[in-house]
Design a protein. Sequence first.
Length: 402
Amino acid sequence: MPDAFIFDHVRTPRGRGKADGALHEVTALNLASQALGAIKSRNNLDASLVDDVVMGVVDPVAEAGANIARTAALVAGYGDSVAGVQINRFCASGLDAVNFAAAQIMAGQQDLAIGGGVESMSRVGIGAAGGAWAVDPTIAVAHYFLPQGISADLIATKYGFSRDDVDAYAVESQKRAATAWDEGRFNRSVMAVRDPNGLTLLAKDEHLRPGTTMQSLAALPPSFAQMGELGGFDAVALQAHPEVEYVNHVHHAGNSSGIVDGAAAVLVGSERAGKRAGLKPRARIKAFANIGSDPALMLTGPIDVTKKVLKKSGMKLSDIDLIEINEAFASVVLRYLQAFELDPVNVNVNGGAIAMGHPLGATGAMILGTAIDELERQNLATALVTLCIGAGMGTATIIERV
C-alpha cells in the first residue's frame, strides 16, 4: 500500500464570524479558492497533476452549497480535469477531508490530492443546514438530543471541572496563541486573504484576546444555563446520565471556541507523485480513524478514537510527541487530559480554537497543519490530531515528520 505524504499546507487567518469581521465580505468559495491558489503558487505546482480536491463544509447551503470543492478548484485555476467533492462530518470535516484524500492515495487510486475545508460563519449561520436530530422529536427524544453547550457543561459536571478550571484553561489558550503569533510560529503557513484589488483584508487571526484574565472571564455569565433550565435540556441530560445530580453551567463565550471564518488546504500524495511534481514531503500520514461515542455527552469522542487509532497503528500514547485536540469547549480538552493522565505541556502548545476560533469545516485541516509546523519547530517526530464531533463522534489522525 503506498504511503500518503503531506507536502504542504496553508490556512487563512481566522476572521471574526460577525458582520463587522474582516472576512465577512469574502464568500466561502472565495476563501477556499484563495487557499487552493496559495498551495498552487507557493509550490509552483502544475495543478493539472492534482486528481481530486476534498473540502469539508459543515453548513453546505446557500452560497456555500452544492460542490464547493469543484468550483473552488476551477476558480483557483486548477483546470477542467481536477475533480472535487464536498464532505461533512461536522467539526472534523477538515481533518476527514485530508484523510479521505490520503485514503485515495493509499489505495493507489489517486496520485496527488488536496484535503481541506472552509466555513464562512459570518455569512452562512451555524446550523443553517438544519437536520432531523435537533428538530424531529421522534429522533431527538429517543437519542437524548442536547445542544453542544449543554453537553460541554454535562462533561464538566460529570468529571468534576469547576468554573475556575475551565476559565484557567481558556486563559492559557489565549497566552499560548499570543506567544505563537508573537514568535512567528504561524508565519510559514498563514496566507493573507486579499480583496479583488489585491489589498490585504486580514493577515492575522482576528479572534485573539491576549489580555484575557481570570478576572475578565469571571465577569461573563454562563451561556447555556437558561437554555438548560428553561429549555428543558438539563432534564434531558440527567435522563441520559442519571448518575449526575444537576448540571453545573460553567461555559461561556470566553472558554468556548470562537465563531470565525476561514479556510485551509493540505497537499497530499504518493512519493512518486511528489517526485514528479518536484515536491518534498514534510510528513507521512501513519493512521487515521473515526468512531461513534455517547451522543448526549457528545464531545468525548476524541478519547475513544484516540484509543482506536493507537491500536490501529500499533502505537502507545507515549510514542506521540505532540497532541492537537480541537478546543470546542474547555471541558473537552480537560477531560481528554484527565482520561489519559497527560502533561498539558505537549497538548495544544500554540493555543487553539478558544483563542483563535473554530471555522467548523476548516479547523481539522488547520490544526493538522499546526501540528506539522510544530513538529518541525521542535524537531520532534510524531503528532496526533483529533476533534470532537456533533452527534457524538471522534476523528483522529497520526502523522510522523519526514
